[in-house]
Every structure is written in C-alpha cells, then in structure tokens.
Design a protein around this ligand. Structure first.
Ligand SMILES: [Zn+2]
Length: 280
C-alpha cells in the first residue's frame, strides 16, 4: 500500500495523554499507613496451585496478597459485597492509571459506579519499573486465561484456567450454579504478572515474573468487597499457561483490621456523580 506524502509528518505528531489524571482525588496514603500500623490480622485464605480462593474484606480493612513457596502469578477479581453488579473495570483502570498498577493507584469499578474499590498501599515489586522490553508487573491489559481461547487456538479443553478457577470459587462462595457465577467473573488485575506489548507487532507478551516468595501487594478496601484470586496455571508465566506444564505455587491472602478510630473522618467513596440521564 502506498503511503501518503506526508506520512512521516503524520507519524511524527507527539502523543497526548487521553485521560490526564492530575485531577483524580489523591488517596490519603498517610492516613492508610497510620491505620495499617495498628491493624491486626483477622482472616486468611490460600489459593492452591491452579485453583482459586475467595475472601471478604470490609470497607476500611486491608488485604495483602503474598507469594509463598515459589514465583507465582495471580488473577484477581473484586466485587462490591452488597451488589455484585459493581465490579472491577480493568479497561477504565488502565485508561486512568496506565497498563500496570503500583502503590497509590486504584482498582476502579464499572459504570454507573466508577469509584475506587481498592487502593494499592504497598508493592514490594515497585522497584521493577518498566524493563527494556516494555514489560512491567501487575497489569490491567490482559484478560484472564480461559478455556474458550484455549479451545479456539489449540482445540483442547483445559479446566484449570483462571477463568474456570474463579468461576468455581465464586459459585462455592455464593452457593450458586457455575453458570450463574461465570457471568460475574470479569477481566482481572494480573497480580505479579510481568507483561507488555511487543513494539513490532503490538502483541501481548508475558515473561518470567520477578516475584519471589515473600513479595506482596497490599490494598486498602474502599468499599465492602468480595475478592477471588486464582493461582494461574502459568505459574510465573515464563513459558505457557492453559496447561499443567508450569510449576505452580499457592498464593496467600491476609485480611487486616485497623484499630478502632484509626480511620477517624474517613468514609467510603460515593458512587460516581454523573446524573445518569444521558441527555434525555
Ligand atoms: Zn491464568
């Protein structure tokens, strides 16, 4: 195909940020950290290798996801515990914060809510930054490994993809059918996963996660949450997923309750302020 004569000039135009985020409300990290200092552990759950676990986190509590035993990637879903219709929206979170999340960034819910569900308060992989391939950790660009894409690409039915693990775990948590639970499972935060897009073809890539046992990602729950975390069958995602080939390890989830009064003056964020009339 012939290029227009001004192709180079058109390509040379500088990009502009789609959603400048300087006007986003700043999370009160100092308040959160002070509250965390006196918090006590009140619950824990373990996602076994190639399985998922669920957990509940009341608003104003913290939850921490830790790598134990070996390098392992996790796929995280979040719902409003009182209204499963409000759930994590990875696409808008990506638009607001970029392709990968770290400390002080937030997991946002979908429309018409569009408010912070959880805020990252600590990330022991924050040092990684963006590597020479354009890779970074904790992405909101992937979806979740699933048996449908595996069937499409290689004709196999594999039952321990993150999508299926999350579906089974949520069905058990809610006491509903797999079919009902599956409709609530959504695109994830890829905890500890190291990913990016290739410069040449724009394809989604993964590489061995830099996570090591003891590394963790910790969140402050902005609203009452149900969480589900799958220990991805890809393990550290250095080679493949959607199979039993990779070495897989568990992931630990711990919930912490701040001391009474530690969050004095803090309130869960309100639903988005748009009036919902859509011009009518
Ligand atoms: Zn997975």
């Amino acid at each position: 195909m012939r290029e227009p004569e001004d192709a180079a000039a058109r390509r040379a135009l500088a990009p502009v940020i789609c959603y400048p985020n300087e006007t986003l409300p700043e999370p009160p990290l100092a308040l959160y950290r002070a509250a965390r200092t006196g918090a006590r552990k009140v619950a824990e759950a373990v996602a076994p290798p190639r399985e998922a676990c669920t957990f509940e986190v009341p608003a104003g509590h913290f939850f921490r996801i830790t790598s134990v035993d070996g390098p392992q990637v996790g796929d995280l879903n979040l719902w409003n515990a009182k209204d499963l219709g409000e759930r994590f929206y990875s696409g808008k979170t990506r638009a607001l914060h970029g392709t990968h999340l770290t400390t002080a960034e937030r997991m946002w819910s979908g429309f018409p809510y569009l408010r912070p569900m959880a805020t990252i308060v600590e990330d022991t992989l924050g040092w990684y930054g963006i590597d020479s391939y354009g890779g970074s950790v904790h992405d909101v660009i992937g979806t979740r490994c699933d048996p449908y894409t595996g069937n499409l690409l290689s004709g196999v039915d594999y039952h321990h993809c993150c999508h299926s693990n999350l579906t089974r775990a949520l069905a058990d948590h809610l006491g509903v059918s797999l079919r009902e639970a599956e409709g609530h499972v959504h695109d994830v935060l890829n905890v500890f996963m190291c990913t990016g897009f290739t410069r040449e073809t724009g394809q989604y890539f993964m590489k061995a996660s830099p996570v090591r046992p003891g590394d963790y990602l910790e969140f402050f729950a902005e609203i009452d949450l149900i969480g589900a975390l799958s220990a991805c069958p890809g393990g550290d995602c250095s080679a493949e997923h959607t199979s039993d080939a990779a070495a897989c390890y568990p992931l630990l989830v711990e919930v912490f309750e701040p001391a009474r009064g530690a969050l004095e003056g803090w309130e869960p964020p309100a639903r988005n302020g748009y009036d919902g009339t859509h011009g009518r």
